[in-house]
Each structure stands twice: as C-alpha cells, then as structure tokens.
Design a protein around this ligand. Structure first.
Ligand SMILES: [Mg+2]
Length: 379
C-alpha cells in the first residue's frame, strides 16, 4: 500500500515537474519517463569552510570573528543541489562533528529521490543532535529536488513571493560611538535588532534612539534572571518602539517565562528554548511565538512543519539564522512569506560569501526567480 502511494506521489511529482519545466515537451517527457534516472544515484560531497566576519560579533555570552561552516553538494543526473551547515561554537557542533556525521550519510541507496520524508527521516535517525549537519543535507536535497522540478520552493509550497517580510539587521554590543556609527550605516533597514542582557541595556537603546526611530527588536539571549525586572524592562522597551523581545529569560525558567509572557505588553519569542517540532507545543503558553532557525531544526522540511503547527496554535513566527552564506539564508528565505518577522542578515555579516541568492533590497527579503533555493556559486 505504501509502495502504491509512493508510486502515485512520484508520478504526480513527475507530472507536476513536466508541466513546470520550460524545455521542449519531448525532452521533458524523455527526462521524466525515460527511466535514465533508475541507474542514477544521489551523490553527497562536502567540504569545510570558514566564514570571515566583517566586524567582531559580540552577544551576551561571547565574541568572535569567524564561524566554521561545511558546504555540501548533492548531485543527481548532472544536477547539483547546494547545502550548508553553520556551527557557531556555543551550539556544540564543529567542522569535526559535521564531517564525521556526513561521512555516515548514504544517499546512494534511494531509488525514489523525491521521497524527502523518508530520506530525511533516515538522516535524522543516524544519531541524535547534529542538527546543522542534518540541515546541510536537507537544504541540498531541497535545492536539488526544486531544480529537478524546475521550480523555486516558494512556488512548490504555494507561497506568495511578494509577501516576504523586512529583515532586521543586528547592531552588536559595542562602545557608544561604534553603536551610533553602525546604526547610521544600517539606515537601509526597516527593523534593527539589538542584543541585550548586559549591565548597559538601557544605554544601548538610548544610544540607538539618539540616531534613529526605526523599530527595534531585542534579543536578550537568556540574560535576564528576574521576572519582575524583566517585565519593567519590557514596559520601558515598549515606549521605545520595540516590536518584540526574544528569549528574555534562561530556558530553564519556564514558569517565570510563562508569567512574563502573560503580563508582557510585547510579544515574547523563544529562541534558545525552541529547537525542533516537538518544542513548538511546549512553547505554547510559555512564549507568544517562536524563532525558527534551519540549523537548530534540521532544515527546511521541519521548519515548514513548525510554521504550520505554530500558526495552528495562534503563535507568532520569526525565522532567524546563524552567520551563514547566502546558501542557508536563501533556503530559509523561501519560508519567509509565511512568517511574522525575519532575521536573515547572516550573509550580510560576512566578507567571503560563496553564493549569490536571496537578497535584501531596501530592507526587504527579496526572493529570486530561480529553481530550488535559488542560489548560484560565485566562489
Ligand atoms: Mg536569538
């Protein structure tokens, strides 16, 4: 029965692909039904790479100037899908762990390459954790399948490419002079994100407000430990034209966080508290919304499910990122027409991007009309 269903879906997918491809009908028919693909196998390759940050990046817990990533490619019948794992050190993955995980992934055993559910569930089952490594396979598979179907993912999912949000741009923690300078340089952006959770939180906000009235979002990265002080701070932030507060309290303080959300005049968004699909239900009643990141949730497929569930629970959804190339940023951007807020500035913070893809134009996430996740290699 399962096999029948799968064959049906495969056929449906193939017909959809036929309708979508722009080439001649004859060629398309030969590609789709010529069974050449039966002898083809998915081929995964990957290599470590180090992103150079344009500026030292400081948050409540650390500072850094580089981020390790692993770039993946999955090839099938001469078509290549691109993927990426980004591993900021505080999340526990590294070049070493990702390369080790990817060496255990065997994609050559699948005859039905369109069965993303089965393939990605198998990858997920190899070992717990390793979410960035898993995302690098998920993204490359989505890019590949989109290219084989001749369609961008926002179309496959039925999203309106014009409904993308503005992305916030992060102003890192720094001296008042540097913060003023960076704020001025960020005038293109319609939303600014500020990292709080230190002694000088109000000073940071006042410094930015001395330059611009652009709406702010704040990310406390678990930095506030007292719920009453947190509430006072949120009330103050509301007067400063703040849209929402991300992860105000430690992820272990669940009851305090639920109390804060109940009393808060601004939406609260869970980030460190929410990783995967199972966490969405747990966050209901604790936060007003969730911050989805591909590197936390194993990729586009699970992110899509998280958005669907969060919306069904009437929760807000934000899509965020790590420091990433335009590959992972583009992958996330295809989901962005469905979210309330985006924080997809990761590729803007690096000086050695290797892909051209989704752009930020006048502060807005701007999808490109290319199949898959819409990226091209430039480096
Ligand atoms: Mg965050």
């Amino acid at each position: 029965m399962k096999q029948n269903r799968r064959n049906f879906l495969k056929t449906t997918g193939a017909i959809a692909g036929t309708a979508m491809l722009a080439g001649s009908a004859t060629n398309t028919f030969a590609n789709t039904f010529g069974r050449k693909s039966m002898s083809e196998k998915l081929k995964l390759s990957f290599k470590p790479y180090t992103l150079e940050l344009k500026h030292v990046f400081t948050v409540a817990t650390n500072s850094r100037t580089t981020t390790p990533v692993v770039l993946t490619e999955i090839e099938y019948d001469g078509v290549v899908g691109y993927g990426e794992a980004s591993m900021p050190p505080y999340l526990g993955e590294s070049h070493e762990t990702v390369l080790k995980f990817l060496s255990k992934v065997n994609l050559s055993r699948y005859d039905d390459i369109y069965d993303l559910d089965e393939i990605l569930a198998d990858v997920d089952a190899i070992e717990p954790g390793n979410t960035a490594a898993k995302a690098s396979v998920d993204i490359a598979m989505h890019d590949l399948i989109g290219k084989l179907l001749g369609q961008p993912w926002y179309n496959i999912w039925g999203f309106d490419k014009n409904k993308t949000p503005y992305t916030s741009f992060t102003i890192g923690i720094d001296t008042a002079d540097v913060v003023r300078q960076k704020t001025k340089e960020a005038s293109e952006f319609k939303v600014l994100k500020v990292k709080l959770g230190r002694e000088n939180d109000k000073e940071m906000i006042e410094t930015i407000r001395s330059v611009t009235d652009t709406p702010l979002t704040v990310d406390v990265n678990q930095g506030w430990k007292d719920k009453n002080q947190a509430l006072e701070m949120i009330q103050w932030l509301k007067e400063k034209n703040t849209l929402f507060v991300e992860q105000p309290m430690p992820k272990t303080m669940i009851d305090e966080m639920a109390w804060l959300t109940e009393h808060s005049p601004l939406p609260t968004i869970g980030d460190e508290s929410i990783q995967r699909l199972d966490d969405v239900k747990k966050a209901h009643g604790v936060f007003s919304g969730i911050n989805i990141k591909l590197m936390k949730c194993t990729g586009m497929r699970e992110a899509h499910k998280m958005i669907t569930l969060a919306k069904a629970l009437d929760m807000k959804v934000m899509i965020g990122c790590m420091t990433e190339t335009s590959c992972a940023i583009s992958a996330a951007s295809h989901l962005s027409p469905k979210v309330d807020w985006a924080d997809l500035d990761g590729a803007l913070l690096i000086s050695n991007d290797v892909y051209d893809g989704t752009k930020v134009i006048d502060g807005k996430v701007t999808l490109i009309d290319r199949p898959g996740i819409g990226v091209m290699k430039i480096g």
